[in-house]
Design a protein around this ligand. Structure first.
Ligand code: GLU
Ligand code: ZN
Length: 291
């Protein structure tokens, strides 16, 4: 299968927060890495609000995030993209994969998956815990029809093995780690369309990175496993291959990654406490992006 080569030419990066809270230091590192890489190369730096999960999004956070970025001096180019306006594009991509026979409906509830995994002697494991055991993969046509009629909603999952048989071996380039071989089944048969919102992170990211012509995808190294799936999806959907930079994470004093419980480290809180933008950025010691 044809694979577009990694970008050469105009550098374009993006920062892609979810408007489910204010920015904290972890986000700022991600934003600064993307910003600095683009500006260093005279390229573009874009902002994308990852707001497909409407139940967690709050309207005031879009403006709050933008205010924090402006205050930090991390200005972006052009209007911010909202993923909630791009649902038709994600549906189109899913439809393509469906036509290729590479996705299947999954009727399992979270609970059913947990129970099934718990009952298995050797449940398949991924980097973040047990993987979906493939319950709904390869259901006979009539059983699928019966379930489709009976269930109010269902998710769509990627048949990762079948997809990788189609693409053959793949790799991606990370600026810190060099060339890495794709393990297409690393995260198992990931959900490409959630039952509640009709799309999902992996699909939306891949479609939008291509739409926004992102040459360099920079993000925390916690998302490195996802890149294996994203590379597979890019090839299946005929999308260009970006270069990756998975940067280190900002950890608290206990070595845990920052999360909602660290509201004291929200940029707005640091600012209110009297810190300047320069002082906040200095906390991160970004330095060489490849560190
Ligand atoms: N929205 C994701 C996050 O906030 C980032 C997605 C990405 O960079 O691919 O962690
Ligand atoms: Zn299932």
């Amino acid at each position: 299968m044809r694979s577009n080569t990694a970008h050469s030419g105009v550098v374009r990066t993006r920062f892609a927060p979810s408007p489910t809270g204010r920015l904290h230091l972890g986000h700022v590192l991600a934003a600064q890495v993307a910003h600095d890489l683009a500006r260093r190369e005279g390229g573009g730096f874009l902002l994308r609000h990852e707001d497909i999960d409407g139940t967690r999004v709050r309207e005031e956070y879009y403006a709050g995030i933008e205010e924090d970025l402006r205050w930090l001096g991390l200005a972006w180019d052009g209007p911010a993209l909202r993923q909630s306006t791009r649902i038709a594009a994600y549906e189109g991509a899913l439809e393509r994969l469906r036509a290729m026979g590479l996705v299947y409906p999954c009727y399992c509830t979270r609970r059913e998956i947990q129970d099934e995994v718990g009952a298995m002697v050797a449940a398949p494991q991924g980097p973040e815990g047990p993987l979906y055991p493939g319950t709904c993969r390869g259901l006979p046509g009539e059983e699928q029809q019966r379930k489709l009629a009976g269930a109010a909603t269902h998710a769509w999952r990627l048949d990762a093995r079948k997809a990788s048989e189609l693409t053959g071996p793949l790799s991606f380039t990370d600026l810190r780690r060099g060339t890495l071989a794709v393990d297409p089944c690393l995260l198992g048969d990931v959900v490409l369309a959630r039952r509640d919102i009709g799309t999902a992170y992996h699909l939306a990211v891949v479609v939008d990175d291509a739409y926004q012509e992102i040459s360099h995808v920079t993000r925390g190294e916690d998302l490195l496993p996802s890149t294996h799936v994203h590379r597979l999806l890019q090839v299946l959907l005929g999308l260009p291959e970006p270069v990756y930079l998975h940067h280190r994470l900002v950890l608290d004093a206990q070595g845990r990654r920052l999360a909602k419980r660290h509201d004291a480290l929200a940029i707005a809180a640091l600012r209110q406490a009297g810190m300047s933008a320069t002082e906040v950025l200095a906390l991160l010691e970004v330095g060489d992006l490849r560190d």
